[in-house]
Design a protein. Sequence first.
Length: 451
Amino acid sequence: MAFDYDLFVIGGGSGGVRAARVASATGAKVALAEEYRMGGTCVIRGCVPKKLMVFASEFNEAMSDARAYGWDVPDGTFNWLEFRGKLHAELDRLEGVYRRLLDGSNVEIFDARATLKDAHTVTLSTGQTFTAKHILIAVGGRPSVPEMENAGLGITSNEIFLLDELPKSILIVGGGYIACEFAGILNGLGVEVTQYYRGEQILRGFDGEARGLIADQMKERGVDLHCGVNILSMEKQGDQICVKGTNGVEKLFDQVMFATGRSPNTQGLGLEEVGIKTGRKGEIVVDEYSQTNIPSVFAIGDVTDRVQLTPVAIREAMAFVETVFKGNPTAVDHELIPSAIFTQPEYGVVGLSEEDAAAKGPIEVYVASFKPMHHAFAGRSDRVLMKLIVCADTRKVLGCHIVADHAGEMIQMVGIAVKMGATKEDFDRTVAVHPTMAEELVTMKAPTRTA
Ligand code: NDP
């Protein structure tokens, strides 16, 4: 049977765009449909604008540090609308880059919503229908908000980049990546931030010691963080929102932001009609080659709810093209993925937490926690954490946790060594770079504890 395309990609985010371009480079005839803006969550309403907001929010502290270092810096004020204008101009530029990359790769772009009609057919919101030998679903996810009365009064990370003015006060609900990152960002920009997290400590699943340090320092920097508290009810009161917490406290906020997780964008996509298996959260179930139970249909990225990170979606895209268009079946390696949480302080992590490693077998834990030179001189009290978890039997470094400025940059490098299977002794025979914070990673002699 002759198809209109060899590959039809649904979704123009990091994963979809990469798969379309690379597949097209193999000589395949490729089309891509995107219903909103090219670039997806990462570029339009995620990693990129978030990181620019992190940068913007750090100047307050930098200016105060500058004074401590002898500079005469007056108190500045932050102009949200000026920043927002530049932010959106940058996002427009990046969207253009993505579009040009696809055009330059001979991928046909449809600015339309696509749904599945059958195993080889997609229907567009324009009314057009196309057939394809392979269909790749890369439609990502969206913020999910708890089902409660008046939940619509709150915003999510989608709206935060579009606000006409910064609120004076905000309640952030949640204790995951997005909640903790935005608590730091908005606090740095001068917003009074309250954060409610239902569990006993933020950043569930990560290393306990790192979580504790981040929580303490978020509070020290001004975030009014309450663990073990959730939102009970909310209602409009004048221009504000009156929130009742499970702690019995009733408080007024200018805004409430839900950062309570993300759900796969699978609703109304035609999956049920075609018989594609989905999981409990609506995620598309795939095998290690990103293939669904319908052999012509594949799915990558957040819609599969494996590891919700841009570089992982890109890896899945590359593996998909290797498998389907290059005749080289390639499973995606989801082990030992380094990542960073852009909290303030920043957290870089690769491998196991102390708790998870200890549950698997005997370990040695090496910890250095200290006031770094830069902060100490500036009179800041914050400490940094450098932590290695080592397998007592194989001597391999099973996990590395860094809570410090630029932890994301550091963990990228440590990630290479850990992925290669470096042992504690490999770290030890690496000469320190002095004076840096990271030198502690290669100079920790005796274990702080064993487990
Ligand atoms: P997370 O899953 O990280 O966090 C969701 C938070 O919301 C958790 O604290 C969870 O609590 C809480 N929660 C869930 N449901 C409710 C509810 N009904 N009421 C109250 N609280 C609730 O999701 P995020 O939205 O923060 O981020 C989504 C994903 O995006 C992340 O997992 C990550 O993969 C990715 N991401 C990565 C970033 C990075 O790499 N720097 C930055 C931002 C996002 P509990 O712990 O109790 O379940």
